[in-house]
Design a protein around this ligand. Sequence first.
Ligand code: CO8
Length: 309
Amino acid sequence: MSFLAKTFSQVIARAGTTTALLSKPRYPTSLTYRLASGQSSQQSDNKEQKKYEYLLVDIKGKNSNVALVQLNRPKALNALCDGLMRELSTVLETIDKDDKIGCIVLTGSTRAFAAGADIREMQNNTLAQVVGAGFLDQWSAVAKIKKPIIAAVNGFALGGGCELSMMCDIIYAGEEAEFGQPEIILGTIPGAGGTQRLPRYVGKSKAMEMVLTGNRIKAKEAHQIGLVSAVYPANQLIDEAVKTAEKIASHSRIVVQLAKEAVNTAFETTLAEGNRFEKRIFHTTFGLDDRKEGMTAFVEKRKPNFTGQ
Ligand code: CO8
C-alpha cells in the first residue's frame, strides 16, 4: 500500500465515521487528509493538514471499504469550478491507491449533483486562453480511476454534471433527479464527453435531442432510456448506492479492476477487438490467487477469502 493510500484510510478512520446519510449533520466536517506525499506517517501527523474545500469524504460499509465522496459547493449548486475538479481528481486518485477501499460512491446534494461547469468562471475566457491553458483538462482524471465509481445523483445533473455522472461506472438516480446537456443554450457544446458518452448510453436520436435542444429529462425517463440503472426515493439513494458498492468491494479488488477495464473497452473498440481483449483478460485471471480461491471456495461451499493477489 502506498504511503498516500495508507494515510487516506487511516486519517478517515481516525476522523470517525457516521452512519447518517443525508440527514443532518451528513458527514464529519472535520475530515481531513494530507495532500503532501512522501512523508512518513509520523512526520505527516505533525504537518499541516488540509481540509477539503469543495468535498466531504467519508468511509462507509460494514467493512469500511467504501469511500463516499460528496460534492460540497451548495450555494452554486455544485457548479464544477476548476478548484473543485482539481480537488476531486486528487482525492479520487488518492482513494484509487488505497487498498482498503473497494468502491467509490460520488454524490452531490439533494438539490444538485452538479449544475455543470462554473459558468461565471468560464464567462470571459478567450479561445487562446482555454487552448493555451488546456482549460478543464484535468476533468478526464475521473474517467481514469481504476476502482468502480457509482454516481448517486439527486437533483440537477446538467452539462458537466451530467458528463461527470457518465464518467462514473454506474449511475443511480433519486426520483427528483434531472439530467441534461444545456450547453447549447449558453452558445457552446458539451466539452467533457456529453456528445460522445451520451449517445453510447441512450442512442443517437435521444442524445441528439438532448444536446441540440438543451432539454432536461427526469429520472424516470433517464432510467427508461438506459442512462441510469436504478431510481430510488431521494433519501434512500445513498444507502442503495453504498449497498451496491459494498457488494462490489466484497469481490477480488484486482478482478473488479480488470472487469471494469474490460467493460470500458467495449466503448473504445470494435466487437472483434473487444472480444479478443476480454479473452486475454479472462485468461489473465488464471494467473491470480483470487481466481483460484473463488473457484475453490465455490467447490468447497464456503465464502471466498480474496487477497487481491
Ligand atoms: N455555474 C455557476 N453558477 C451556477 C451554475 C453554473 N453552472 N448553476 C447554478 N449556479 C448558481 C447560480 O448562478 C445561483 O447563484 P447565485 O445565487 O449567486 O445567483 C445559484 O447557483 C442557484 O442557481 P439558480 O438561482 O439559477 O437556481 P434555480 O433553482 O433557479 O435554477 C438551474 C437551477 C436550472 C440548475 C439553473 O441554475 C441553471 O440553469 N444553471 C446552469 C445549468 C447549465 O447551463 N449548466 C451547463 C454549464 S456549461 C458546462 O457544464 C460545460 C461543461 C464543459 C466541461 C468541459 C471539460 C473539459
